[in-house]
Ligand binder design. Structure first.
Ligand SMILES: [Zn+2]
Ligand SMILES: [Zn+2]
Ligand SMILES: [Zn+2]
Length: 348
């Protein structure tokens, strides 16, 4: 890869069936170690104004219980509603097309402590979150109208997180959204054409090369994908072929908690800050069709480029042409591999 990394090229993303432009020559200069101040994590364990803290009143009027582990509720300002809309014809012409969209939006608090993040939670605490994700997936997939369940976390003000309290969202929809729909198509085509799972084969290739592997345990691996767009984007991939959380056994749930903690700790240590990102799991659709092609994974999309404050923007050619990156994925993986798995700001 060393030679290839020197000149502009484009890389194929087989999971999304799209290209990404890589221009590593633009960052030939070595890292100047732009020294940023360590950013202390929040020391606030309870915020009386936070609508996610235990015992507090939410804007909708409901009160949170005095929960001591995880806590889930239906979003008071949901983007989608489960009620079936009246059968109205929204289509104005063959080019002005719309249709009713149903969904259920939930919030899951990871921990009662307002100041924690996944990186600073213990593995048993993260395991409880994994169990809660699994329970939610099982319950929601039992609703016959739900075709897809998206679990995602927006972390940090830079990613638009409106509240620092450790939490994620779970949006379940009566349709398969565009990203997982594109990945379903790509995985199915690969499976039909080769008889192999796309991500099983991809992970084997990554592990054989090792260049982009950040960390792994017995059950999961984390790589900076060949086609990464964001500077420190990673793909968390299950080593065993399965489609969704309910298929994980207890050992695998612990292993998932283990990689999540190790990865988020490395992320925080990279710029000694609470590393912002959007992360989410991609799992088999729950549209009641078989999905032998689907391989469980998670994407982490962090915006930071050079320091705790310098971020990458997706503008210009990227909005009008295609995504582009400056740091080669191999260099990003190397930098993440060099980070410690002991958090720079230990929990007291
Ligand atoms: Zn809070
Ligand atoms: Zn697979
Ligand atoms: Zn995906």
């Amino acid at each position: 890869m060393e030679k290839k990394a020197q000149f502009p090229h484009r890389r194929w993303n087989p999971l999304r069936q799209a290209w990404v432009l890589v221009s590593p020559h633009r960052t030939q200069r070595p890292w100047q170690g732009e020294v940023s101040q360590k950013t202390a994590p929040s020391a606030v364990h309870y915020d009386p104004e936070c609508y996610l803290c235990p015992g507090n009143k939410r804007a909708g009027g409901a009160a949170n219980p005095a929960y001591d582990s995880v806590f889930t509720f239906v979003n008071d300002y949901a983007a989608l509603l489960p009620a079936s809309p009246p059968e109205t014809n929204l289509q104005a012409s063959s080019l002005l097309v719309a249709e009713p969209a149903r969904g259920l939006c939930k919030v899951l608090c990871f921990h009662p402590d307002h100041g924690l993040t996944l990186a600073r939670m213990t593995q048993p605490e993260i395991r409880r979150v994994v169990d809660a994700w699994t329970r939610e997936f099982e319950e929601l997939s039992g609703l016959d109208w739900i075709e897809y369940i998206q679990i995602f976390e927006n972390r940090g003000a830079m990613m638009g997180a409106s509240n620092p309290h450790p939490h994620c969202q779970i949006w379940s929809t009566g349709f398969i959204p565009d990203e997982p729909a594109a990945e379903t198509k790509a995985q199915r085509e690969h499976f039909d054409r080769t008889g192999q799972c796309l991500l099983c084969s991809y992970l084997a290739a990554e592990r054989a090369s090792g260049e982009r592997v950040v960390l792994e345990n017995d059950r999961f691996a984390v790589v900076v994908p060949w086609w990464a767009v964001w500077p420190f984007e990673v793909l968390l991939v299950a080593k065993r072929h399965f489609g969704a959380l309910p298929e994980l056994n207890g050992t695998e749930r612990d292993a998932l908690a283990n990689v999540l903690q190790r990865l988020t700790t490395r992320y925080d240590n990279l710029f000694e800050t609470g590393f912002p990102y959007t992360m989410g799991f991609h799992q088999s659709p729950t549209d009641k069709s078989p999905h032998p092609e689907w391989h469980f994974h998670a994407h982490f999309y962090p915006p930071l480029l050079r320091s705790a404050t310098v971020r990458k923007f997706m503008v210009g050619f990227e909005m009008l042409g295609m995504p582009q990156r400056d740091i080669a994925p191999e260099s990003a993986a190397e930098r993440l591999r060099a980070c410690s798995e002991v958090h720079f700001w230990p929990r007291d």
